[in-house]
Design a protein around this ligand. Structure first.
Ligand code: GAF
Length: 375
């Protein structure tokens, strides 16, 4: 009998939002919280039977599932999409039983879906005895999400889930798909994830709309992507909304590069100022924040954070605050009451640290351990 056990983390993006599908830059961390997939190979029915600690019903994924036939919907779609994309890549995925457990909150903008896809892919490649490098695995997970689940997302979440390192942020260049570690120790400070607990409003429709706007802006500027235009080319666009969408992406790319430099040199105040500017750009130019999210970010700033900004796709989710220890204590103690008193759901504050990327866990059958994604 063959068994494997794989873990993949959620992520928080420190800065660089909606830049991935524009071939730009981002600076995420992987979380310590993650998803664990236990997979036992076996069964003559050419099916993977998957159960989750969060769902009462298990899901049957036929190995020949595809977006056009045998399409699985709901949470099982992320498992099935990963099976489909991995088989399309050429890996002989075996039948078996899968048990999924997770500590990544769903719907909080912390990428529980990429954690699930990457843990499933890590387990299935190992079970198949295949070795697939991490960038390729990220592309396979993205293909599952884009073509099977139907969400037009970029590569940010999957790269963060696969390349994460403790105490380290990841500077990602989405054009070359290069990931450069940025150590976080010298900047000190505390990172707080503040979950707004406010529901997303039509987040997927709005996300697709922003992506189309960026593509249209690049097209009008005669460039393949917004990465290929000069920093102030947004001024050439006649339409006010497109100007603001492009301005967000172009200024955000610059903030990511400046932010990585600030963290490397231990400049916590400088990084915080960039986080605040990023939040304002998401609020005013890209228009992806909500009143609750804006209040959380402003309250964290008022209580002494170096900076705070929404993280992830937007329209709800989580604010990441970077703060000296005393301000972090104040934020955890006072911010939930302030936000609840304004009539919003009471947020949850959690201290986070960067964690490791996807990997096989020790209780994987020894013969399969070599099939982990190579570093
Ligand atoms: C979501 C998407 F999945 C990512 O690809 C990225 O675009 C992010 O929103 C915004 O930066 O998490």
């Amino acid at each position: 009998m063959t068994w494997v056990r794989a873990h993949a983390p959620g992520r928080v993006n420190l800065i660089g939002e909606h830049t991935d599908y524009n071939a730009g830059f981002a600076l995420p961390i992987a979380l310590e919280a993650g998803t664990v997939v236990d997979f036992e190979v076996g069964g003559a029915d050419a099916t993977i039977h998957a159960g989750s600690d969060r769902k009462p019903d298990s899901v049957a994924v036929p190995l020949d599932t595809s977006p056009s036939t045998h399409r699985v919907t709901g949470w099982g779609g992320y498992v099935a999409g990963s099976v489909w994309a991995l088989r399309e890549f050429g890996v002989a995925v075996p039948a078996g039983r899968m048990r999924i457990t997770s500590t990544v909150p769903v719907g909080a903008g912390l990428s529980s879906s990429a954690a699930l896809e990457c843990a499933v892919l890590c387990a299935l490649t190992a079970a198949a005895g295949a070795v697939v490098d991490r960038t390729e695995l990220a592309r396979i997970a993205q293909r599952a999400e884009n073509e099977y689940v139907g969400a037009p997302t970029g590569l940010l979440d999957q790269l963060a889930a696969l390349y994460g390192e403790p105490d380290t942020a990841l500077l990602i260049d989405f054009r070359s798909v290069r990931v450069t570690p940025v150590p976080l120790e010298s900047a000190g400070g505390v990172w707080l994830a503040i979950d707004s607990r406010s529901p997303h409003r039509n987040a997927s429709g709005e996300y697709a709309d922003r992506r189309r706007a960026c593509e249209r802006a690049a097209e009008l500027l005669g460039a393949p992507s917004l990465r290929d235009v000069a920093d102030d080319d947004w001024r050439q666009l006649a339409d006010d909304e497109l100007r603001r969408r492009a301005r967000h992406v172009l200024t955000e790319n610059r903030r990511v590069l400046d932010g990585a430099a600030a963290l490397r040199s231990g400049d916590a105040t400088g990084f915080g100022a960039l986080m605040r500017a990023s939040h304002a750009s998401m609020r005013d130019d890209f228009e992806i924040t909500t009143p609750a999210i804006d209040l959380i970010a402003a309250t964290a700033d008022r209580l002494g954070a170096y900076g705070a900004r929404m993280t992830g796709g937007g329209f709800g989710g989580t604010v990441i605050a970077f703060a000296p220890q005393d301000a972090a204590d104040r934020i955890a103690a006072e911010l939930p009451d302030t936000v609840a008193a304004a009539g919003h759901p009471r947020p949850g504050c959690t201290r986070i640290r960067p964690g490791a990327g996807a990997h096989l866990l020790p209780d994987t059958e020894p013969a399969r351990r070599t099939a982990a994604p190579p570093p």
